[in-house]
Design a binder for this molecule. Structure first.
Ligand code: SF4
Length: 267
């Protein structure tokens, strides 16, 4: 077995584990696989296709690429890849860049508005195509970076959900690469020669907070190789009684939620 096959085997195992742990794929599913043209989504499409060939249940995949109107976006490169690997696909085009430029204040970063608009378009496309699920290529590093970003900059302990029904109830978003390490995805994507289309054609500004958190994690990982894996494990080993969420404490019956019996005056 060569290195590429070893990587593929590890990634297939991570993906299959996440699928089983969170029941991400079920009999009869028709899954829209969002493929941006980056390493993560190409790898996701490849792994889901391989698992589909071996799965004891039947489910379908449709690869979807969205051209968001960024100057020079080479949609044909992604389409050629779909044809080459022989997966059913749909190419969409909607100019969200113009909207993003209009709604994001001068000096702000585009990425969050851009992704929100992209998600909305994909939700509608999934309904129109009869897909009951949307698979996104976020991986372990995205999850742990989001956990730190959320705690450090928003004061909230949360990350990207591995499985989530959309607010309007029309779609279920799944993240089958939740357990897969970014460095392994990057190495596999390179070994497979996926035709990468960079996600920076909009010329957007760097997302400084995410970059800093990424660099922080890389530094800690260099000192202690288990850091990233431990953070992911921490997400699945929550000790509610040792946290300060009073609503959660109430739901667990640890506190009653009664009004305070003394008043503390503001100093
Ligand atoms: S880099 Fe550009 S295309 Fe990618 S999410 Fe950010 S704004 Fe959108």
């Amino acid at each position: 077995m060569n290195e590429t096959e070893r990587l593929e085997r590890r990634l297939l195992k991570d993906t299959a584990c996440a699928i089983q742990d969170f029941e991400l794929v079920e009999e009869g599913d028709k899954i829209l696989v969002a493929v941006s043209g980056g390493k993560d989504s190409y790898t996701l499409l490849h792994l889901l296709s391989r698992l589909r060939e071996r799965a004891p249940i039947g489910f379908d995949l449709v690869a979807v690429n969205l051209d968001q109107g960024h100057p020079g976006f080479p949609a044909h490169v992604v389409e050629e890849h779909f044809k080459k690997v022989g997966v059913p696909y749909r190419m969409l085009r909607q100019d969200t860049l113009t909207i993003v430029k209009r709604i994001v204040p001068e000096g702000g970063t585009y990425c969050s508005a851009c992704s929100r608009l992209r998600r909305g378009i994909l939700y509608n496309a999934a309904v129109e195509m009869g897909c009951n699920k949307i698979a996104l290529g976020h991986h372990r590093d995205d999850l742990i970076e989001t956990l730190l970003l959320s705690a450090l900059y928003a004061g909230r302990l949360a990350t990207m959900p591995v499985k989530l029904r959309s607010d309007d109830g029309r779609n279920v978003v799944i993240r089958p690469l939740a357990y897969a390490a970014e460095e392994e995805i990057a190495a596999f994507s390179e070994a497979m020669g996926f035709p990468i289309v960079p996600c920076d054609l909009c010329g957007s500004q760097p997302n400084l907070q995410r970059k800093r958190v990424k660099a922080l994690l890389a530094g800690l990982q260099a000192e202690h190789p288990a850091v990233k894996g431990n953070l992911l494990t921490a997400l699945s080993k929550v000790v509610p009684s040792h946290l300060l969420d009073r609503d959660l404490q109430r739901r667990l019956g640890e506190t009653t939620g009664r009004d305070p019996w003394f008043e503390v005056e503001a100093g």
